[in-house]
Write a protein that binds this ligand. Structure first.
Ligand code: DLL
Length: 445
């Protein structure tokens, strides 16, 4: 038996709520329909915004007779939430709301969400599911490096870990050397945070002369930003852990919408609490399973702020093929990017994650990069600024030129665009302590 297998809990302990997570599709769909009907009734009766939207669409709650009828419902988007700032979409009075979170609002007015006591209980359980799926048990010491505050990451993972009975270390983000010391001294076995911050922690650890053998880490649960399979492998190798990806968004709940099991082959969506659809982001039409499009989520149990057909802007595809972990919930593929992150360079659509995948496959290149978009005359340009290893940086000039050419050629053949490449000094690109910002768009529209 491999060391890793010995260190993982047996399969039956890798399901937090076996009854829910392995129910038959028939049972699940029945439950989803009941919950969908109740949600539509709830918002129709309690939220003037939805009553008006449904009336305008000519839909009454009793028209929802099958799960497919969800398509009769209007979409909700981020702008609707902003227009309702702060509490306009709440379906419960403030006296029943016990927690408020909000998105950062970097791209406009923040979106505000409220949780009733029951919402908080459900949230903890759903996060407990993804932690369990990623190998965490009550015997673990969970180091949480997500920010605490209005962001849902810190509190979300915290409550879920406590729900499992693990020992939680609520470090929050920042002060990275201290994070390494605490992980070592407190014997953290699970690391929780964004993948970009995990990488920064790993790098800092090596700089401090601490080897992964001196830590007790086994698993990493990462999410809150897009990242590639190659970056996962890099983090796993550097920290000597098994890393899983989990997804969520504050509007819909926060973390806990979906998470990978240890098969690492898509994120199981908590379908008893969220109804997932994939649509063509341009036309709004539903796409068949297997097609990549925008994920649309309808909450099925939320009381504080239920949402009908929320357009996440995240691009993914669904997969209902069986998974050997025993969960019957469909999986969504790793999020490819957001519709609003997609770079259109001279008419070619490219996601930062596609470029990341290419870069990290090339020897001598470090996983730290920035994509700078600009416009020269009428033409869009893309500059890839990427760090190289100290050996390459200090090596021959010819070696650097060769590497630049190689990157340029690979990006061109795999993404269809011709970038300029700037190889930069190790450690010159700013490290992220939360969600990484990879794209700098200097174009004026
Ligand atoms: O990032 C919630 C969260 C916290 C999820 C901790 C997972 C772990 P927001 O700040 O509202 O909420 O940002 C939501 O982040 O629409 C995606 O674009 C992106 N995102 C979240 N998780 C992933 C992921 C939290 N695993 C937005 N992969 C979402 C790719 C992700 N993108």
């Amino acid at each position: 038996m491999s060391t890793l297998k010995r260190r993982l809990p047996p399969l039956k302990h890798r399901l937090w709520d076996p009854k829910a997570e392995t129910m038959s599709r028939e049972e699940l769909e029945k439950l989803q329909l009941e919950r969908l009907q109740a949600t539509v009734r709830r918002v129709y009766e309690r939220v003037p915004f939805y009553r008006e939207k449904l009336d305008n669409a000519g839909v009454k709650p009793e028209d929802i007779r099958t799960l497919e009828d969800v398509q009769k419902l209007p979409f909700t988007c981020k702008d609707d939430m902003r227009a309702a700032y702060p509490y306009g979409l709440f379906a419960a009075p403030l006296k029943d709301i016990v927690r408020i979170h909000a998105s950062s609002g970097t791209t406009g007015l923040s979106t505000v969400v409220g949780y009733t006591r029951r919402d908080l209980r459900n949230w903890s359980d759903l996060v407990a599911r993804l932690l369990t799926a990623g190998g965490v048990t009550r015997h673990d010491v969970v180091h949480i490096s997500f920010g605490y505050g209005l962001f849902t990451g810190g509190f979300g993972l915290h409550q879920g870990s406590e729900r499992i009975g693990a020992s939680v270390i609520p470090v929050s983000s920042g002060n990275t050397e201290r994070q390494v010391r605490l992980m070592k001294d407190f014997g953290a076995t699970a690391l929780v945070g964004t993948p970009s911050y995990a990488l920064h922690i790993a790098e800092t650890m090596y700089e401090m002369g601490v080897s992964p053998d001196e830590l007790s880490l086994r698993v990493g649960l990462f999410g809150a930003e897009p990242s590639s399979e190659t970056l996962r492998r890099e983090i796993e190798a550097k920290l000597q852990i098994l890393a899983t990806d989990n997804y969520g968004l504050s509007e819909v709940m926060g973390p806990g919408v979906s998470g990978e099991c240890l098969n690492k082959n898509g994120l199981h969506i908590n379908e008893d609490h969220f109804l997932a659809e994939i649509i063509n982001p341009e036309t709004g039409e539903a796409l068949p399973e297997g097609y990549t499009g925008e994920l649309v989520l309808t909450t099925l149990t939320k009381e504080g702020i239920p949402l009908l057909r929320y357009r996440t802007r995240d691009l993914t595809r669904l997969d209902s093929s069986p998974c050997s972990c025993g969960r019957t919930f469909r999986r969504m593929a790793r999020v490819q990017g957001r519709t609003d992150d997609m770079m259109i360079i001279r008419g070619v659509n490219v996601f930062p994650s596609q470029i990341e995948n290419v870069l990290l496959e090339i020897e001598g290149v470090e996983p730290h990069y920035e994509l700078v978009l600009d416009r020269v005359g009428a033409l869009d340009t893309l500059e890839i600024r990427v760090e190289v290893t100290p050996e390459i940086f200090e090596g021959r000039m010819a070696g650097l030129v060769e590497l630049e050419k190689k990157i340029c050629h690979k990006v061109q053949s795999e993404c269809g665009i011709t970038p300029t490449v700037s190889l930069v000094e190790p450690k010159s690109i700013q490290r992220s302590q939360g969600k990484a910002k990879r794209v700098i768009d200097k174009r004026v529209f």
